[in-house]
Design a protein around this ligand. Sequence first.
Ligand SMILES: [Fe+2]
Ligand SMILES: [Fe+2]
Length: 311
Amino acid sequence: MTQLHTVNGDGNRYAQCIAASKRIRWDIEDDVIRGRHFDFNKKFLPDGLSKVGELNFLSEAEKRFISQIQGRTYANMFGLVERFICAKVIEVSHAHFLGDQVALEALVRFSDEELKHQELFRRLEGLAGEQMPAGYQFLPQPNDVAHVVLGKSTWAVLGLTLHIELFTQVHYKESIEPDEDLSELWKDVFLFHWKEESQHAIMDELEWVREDNKLSMTERDQAVNELIDLVVAVDGILQAQAKQDAEYFVANCERVFSSEELNTIRKTMLKAYRWQYIVSGVQVPRFGKVLSSLITAEQGERIGTALASIM
Ligand SMILES: [Fe+2]
Ligand SMILES: [Fe+2]
């Protein structure tokens, strides 16, 4: 194990998170939505995330429709995970109640931002529902998922949370920002979201390491198993939603697909979701660096073996 953090440096980092949070603070209506609607002549999710490039038998309009379905699910997925992230951040802030007031303020702002993000993603679901064909369903329920996730140890939940909040940033900077062909409103949502998520990932890491310092070897070993359980649970959600979204796509295309094409659509949808919500996050160097600083080589191998079936 290598040491990545110092106590003094941490106080500074919480203060920097507060300063950045105050500087970039935005409002859902006045800054992000501004009375706009989605432009359905444009894509939502970029090709690198949606994997539509692997569906060469589809027309450009059909590929665009897939990116819009996946983009709607993408917004809903963030609304989903923010339910448990917000609850966990409020919980870990308890440790600072009568301690570091700078850390407490940073975490209060973090949870407040996640409440705002959930409201933003509910607004987006309403806007998408007004313009897209009926029949779309986002299957997982935020509170059901939160009950399962929050039943695991804090170490496992913070690990999953850091992973999510790092891939959010990578998706925006590497795929969404450079793409000129996305719906302006959809793109702006993830610009504003990214601005606040940058601070969240820093705090996830600080809190994860702080939690890690409290654990015995046995507790950490159990927590590693729970992190694996959580990734497997995420994959279960992805399998169900990929199937649902593939069915919605096919039901709203004005043509019949061969059974081979149907199979490819379903497989590609799941591949895209696994890439978006699991694989791309695991590959963020910062995530690997922090994780490996906390666990043993054997525990790392255990995680690698569990991920192999998904990747
Ligand atoms: Fe968020
Ligand atoms: Fe966040």
